[in-house]
Design a protein around this ligand. Structure first.
Ligand code: NAD
Length: 287
């Protein structure tokens, strides 16, 4: 592999930044990888496991970096950007990995110093684990990494970031931010909310009836519990920052749920069978 950047700075040292640190190091994709996280405990852990060169301030981490990656919860992007903006090297590229794109653009773009390129991005890869120990080099392999460049994005800076992402094993695609936020509301954000809710329902049932239900969880419910174990801060921020699209999709979801609820009440087996046949075909089309 050939080196793509001289110095990559990772702000936030959790699952995504940690996985990037491993993938960049293993592939020799940068001369140096520095990192910073707000919490001392996270920095200590990252140092202990040798994730990257851990710095005690964000300013030190980004000094002289030709790529800066914002890998903090979506709600922390504005604060982090304000902190690092005065320390960014001229000509540097900033990207982020946030699960929501329009709100990150709104937070980052106004603080962008002249001559610094901003290319928003989102790897469609993750697990329910968080923190610096959760990262692993193959997280992005064969996964999509969506980029939502702005109309004035420099094509060379974009091509270079694309080279890094593909060298980490991901496939890139481009779309505009509002479309990204709608697509992700359907494929990721609403499903997470539904998983949180299902586990909440089971827990409520247990509390009001005293009946143990969760320990008998079958395969489908176990998948819900895995998703519902996802990081609370990250997911709180996703819903608060992708409010409109999530509410739109939840409205549509509720309508569909009522259709199926009615079919069950009316004993309409044909309708249920037709519906499940369509959804099975969709699943078979994506694997
Ligand atoms: P994580 O919880 O594992 O790590 C977040 C890191 O950010 C932690 O090291 C924390 O200390 C640090 N942090 C929080 N606030 C900070 C601040 N103000 N300044 C500096 N550091 C701060 O989270 P993650 O899963 O790596 O997610 C990071 C970003 O990636 C989020 O924006 C998330 O939406 C996005 N993302 C997550 C997934 C996923 O499945 N986990 C997938 C794709 C994208």
């Amino acid at each position: 592999m050939t080196q793509v950047y001289d110095k990559v700075a990772l702000i936030g040292l959790g699952l995504i930044a940690g996985s990037m640190a491993h993938a960049i190091r293993d592939g020799g994709l940068a001369g140096r990888v520095t990192g910073y996280a707000r919490s001392q405990a996270t920095r200590d852990t990252a140092r202990e496991i040798g994730l990257c060169e851990v710095c005690d301030t964000a300013a030190l981490a980004v000094a002289g970096a030709d790529l800066v990656v914002l890998a903090v919860p979506v709600g922390a992007m504005a604060e982090v950007m304000a902190e690092i903006a005065p320390h960014l090297a001229p000509g540097a590229t900033i990207t982020d990995v946030g699960s929501v794109k329009q709100s990150v653009i709104d937070a980052v773009a106004p603080c962008l110093p002249a001559g610094v390129h901003f290319i928003p991005g989102h790897p469609l890869a993750g697990t329910e684990h968080s923190g610096p120990r959760a990262g692993f080099a193959s997280l992005f392999r064969n996964r999509w990494w969506l980029l939502t460049p702005l109309p004035d994005t420099d094509p060379e800076a974009l091509a270079r970031l694309d080279r890094l992402i593909t060298a980490m094993g991901a496939k890139t695609d481009r779309m505009d931010a509002p479309h990204h936020d709608l697509v992700l509301a359907v494929t990721s954000h609403a499903p997470h909310l539904i998983a949180y809710t299902m586990v909440g329902v089971a827990d409520h049932l247990r509390r009001v009836s005293g009946e143990e239900v969760i320990q008998y969880s079958a395969a489908g419910f176990r998948d819900f519990t895995r998703i519902a174990a996802s990081d609370p801060t990250m997911w709180r921020d996703v819903f608060l920052h992708n409010k409109e699209a999530t509410l739109d999709i939840l409205g549509r979801f509720t309508e569909e749920l009522f259709v199926l609820q009615r079919a069950i009440r009316m004993g309409d087996g044909q309708q249920l069978h037709d519906y499940f046949t369509r959804t099975r075909a969709i699943r078979r089309g994506i694997i």
